[in-house]
Ligand binder design. Sequence first.
Ligand SMILES: C[S@@+](CC[C@H](N)C(=O)[O-])C[C@H]1O[C@@H](n2cnc3c(N)ncnc32)[C@H](O)[C@@H]1O
Length: 229
Amino acid sequence: MFDDDKRVPMPAALRPSEYTAALIQALRLQAGRVRGADALEIGSGSGVVLAALGAMGAASLCGVDIEADAVASGELLLRDLGHGDKAQLHRGDMWRPVAGRRFDLIAANLPHFPMEPVEVAGRRPTWSAGGADGRRLLDPFLTGLTEHLATGGRAVITHNGFVDMERSRALVAGAGLALAVVLTTLVHIPEEKLGRMTPAILAAEDGRTIHRYGPYAFADMHIVEIAAA
Ligand SMILES: C[S@@+](CC[C@H](N)C(=O)[O-])C[C@H]1O[C@@H](n2cnc3c(N)ncnc32)[C@H](O)[C@@H]1O
């Protein structure tokens, strides 16, 4: 589906989510730290997070996504907004397209919902699913950071409350990095997604990081910053 009033096509499957909004909000809170940065986003989707970083004055914008239409949409968006000359979008898996490269700022809103890949709410199976424990992409992302952060660099990522924050903290600590929660918000979890969540995680987190009011469910979602300890 496309919005005919805009020059840039907006595939419905790539529409920004509450996670995207919170990630942009956290980045905007410290916009001064974005100016002049070489920025990377893993899982760039529509390209809107990169567009926001471009608007905050990032020196270069690099995006990686596994889906061809995400790469095409991101390129179009960044070009249309006047960032084309400093943007590079790559189709590929996680760190592979940027092997050997380092960045001042690495943003990510990775698929890390604890479920197996399936199409939900008009999204592709690659959009949200992080496997049974939600960590299929999160763990290699966290362990790859030391090879891709420039000196003094940082990562800013979304992190579901129900996806073991302590494990993330321990993983990055093992690489000499520290993790800090910079923003916490609630996100709505639609029934069709909640019903696909790994049952053991749902049972453990219900009433802890997952809050239900009748048929409606919300979950704690954190934006975390990871940098040298
Ligand atoms: C939750 S969406 C986030 C999209 C966008 N960053 C945003 O905030 O709107 C996750 C993105 O990761 C991409 N993705 C999934 N698996 C990937 C992988 N192995 N390597 C790179 N990108 C991947 C998906 O295609 C999707 O665009």
